[in-house]
Design a protein around this ligand. Structure first.
Ligand SMILES: [Zn+2]
Ligand SMILES: [Zn+2]
Length: 349
C-alpha cells in the first residue's frame, strides 16, 4: 500500500473516531451504530481497561490516569489555554438577576422557582450550574477546555468567532504547508518541470505527497496536524451553527434527547388547550411581565409516565400520546434569522 494511502487512512480513521467520541451521544445518532460505538468507547472499553489494570498492576495505573484526566477535563488548568494565550476572552458569563428577564421558562426543560443549591440563586430559564466554574451560567451551552471557561449567553458569539478564526488559521496552515510540499516536488525534480502538476493522475499525485510528507517530516507533520485538527474545528463550527439555527444549545439538546427516549418508550402524553392553564404561582416572579419582549409561548402541556411514581393524569384536558419530538414546541426557536440575531446581538445582562 502506498505511503500516502496509509497516511490518508490513518487521518480518516482518527477523524472518524474523534467524531464518534465527541458527537456519538447527540440525539440523532444515539440509536445508530455511531451511538453504540460511542457508548462502547466511553463505558465498556474503560471497564475492560480497568479490569486489565487491576489484574496486572494491582490497580496502580487507573487512578493515575483518571487523576490526570480529571485534572485536564474537570479542573481549571492552563495546559490547553497555553496554546490560546491571546484568545482568553469572555470572563463574564456568570449572570445577574437581570438574566431572569432574557428568556421565559418553557415549562418543559426549564421551570420557574428552581433555586441553585450551590449559588442559592433563582435559576433563569436556559441556565445551568457549571461545577468547574462553580457558578450558574446564563444560557449555558457547554464548559470548554479550549478557553478554560463556560460558553453561554454573553460569550457564545465570541466562541463562534474563535472557531471561525481557528478554521481560517488551520485552512491557511494546510494551504501553506501543502504549497511548500508541492514546491519541494518541483525543486527535487521528482517530476519533470514540463509536466504540469494538475495533469498527474490522482493516485500518483497522492503517492508523491506521501513521500514528501515523510521526506520533509517537519513540514509534513504540520500539514498532517493542521489537516486533522482542521476537520475537528470545522466539525465544531458546523455543529454550533446548526444549534443556533435550530434555536437550542448543547445543554438543551441533552435534555431534548431524554424527551426523545421517553417518547420512543411511549411515556409522554400531550394536551394542547387553547389557552395555557395557570402554572403554579411564583409570587416573586411574573414571567409575562419580565419577558414581554420574547414573542413565543406555548400552551402545550406534558405528562411523563413514571412507573415508579404513578400519579393521576390531570383532568380537564384531552391527552394523547406524543409520537415524535417534532410535536413539541421549542419556545426558544424563533426561526433561523431571529435565532442568529439573538446570539450575535444578545440582550445585555
Ligand atoms: Zn449555580
Ligand atoms: Zn464552566
Amino acid at each position: 500500500m502506498g505511503t500516502i494511502r496509509q497516511v490518508g487512512l490513518v487521518i480518516l480513521g482518527i477523524s472518524f473516531f474523534t467524531f464518534i467520541a465527541l458527537f456519538g451521544h447527540v440525539p440523532r445518532l444515539r440509536s445508530t451504530p455511531i451511538g453504540w460505538i460511542n457508548r462502547f468507547m466511553w463505558s465498556v472499553f474503560p471497564r475492560w481497561l480497568s479490569y486489565i489494570d487491576r489484574r496486572f498492576t494491582g490497580g496502580y495505573i487507573g487512578p493515575l490516569v483518571s487523576g490526570i484526566g480529571n485534572y485536564l477535563m474537570n479542573e481549571k488548568h492552563p495546559v490547553i489555554m497555553a496554546f490560546y494565550l491571546t484568545l482568553d476572552f469572555c470572563p463574564h458569563c456568570r449572570y445577574s438577576a437581570r438574566a431572569l428577564r432574557v428568556y421565559p421558562y418553557d415549562h418543559v426543560n426549564f421551570r420557574p422557582g428552581v433555586i441553585c443549591r450551590t449559588c442559592h440563586l433563582r435559576k433563569p430559564a436556559r441556565s445551568k450550574h457549571c461545577s468547574t466554574c462553580k457558578h450558574c451560567i446564563a444560557k449555558h451551552d457547554h464548559h470548554c477546555v479550549w478557553i478554560n471557561n463556560c460558553v453561554g449567553q454573553l460569550n457564545i458569539r465570541h466562541f463562534i468567532y474563535f472557531l471561525g478564526a481557528t478554521d481560517a488559521l488551520l485552512t491557511y496552515g494546510v494551504y501553506l504547508t501543502f504549497d511548500i510540499l508541492q514546491n519541494v516536488f518541483m525543486l527535487r525534480a521528482v517530476i519533470p518541470s514540463n509536466v504540469p502538476m494538475s495533469s498527474l493522475p490522482w493516485s500518483i499525485y497522492m503517492h508523491l505527497l506521501g513521500i514528501m510528507i515523510v521526506e520533509e517530516i517537519y513540514i509534513g507533520a504540520v500539514f498532517l496536524l493542521a489537516s486533522l485538527t482542521g476537520i475537528l474545528s470545522y466539525g465544531f463550527t458546523i455543529y454550533h451553527l446548526y444549534l443556533i439555527w435550530a434555536g437550542t444549545t448543547t445543554n438543551e439538546t441533552i435534555k431534548w434527547s431524554d424527551w426523545q427516549d421517553d417518547i420512543k418508550n411511549g411515556d409522554i402524553l400531550i394536551a394542547e388547550p387553547d389557552e395555557s392553564p395557570p402554572y403554579a404561582e411564583d409570587d416573586e416572579y411574573d414571567e409575562d411581565e419580565l419577558c414581554r419582549h420574547w414573542p413565543k409561548r406555548t400552551t402545550q402541556l406534558f405528562y411523563r409516565r413514571d412507573p415508579e411514581n404513578v400519579t393521576e393524569l390531570p383532568r380537564g384536558f384531552l391527552w394523547r400520546r406524543v409520537e415524535s419530538l417534532s410535536e413539541m414546541d421549542n419556545v426558544y426557536d424563533l426561526g433561523w434569522s431571529k435565532n442568529f440575531r439573538d446570539v450575535f446581538w444578545p440582550r445585555e445582562l
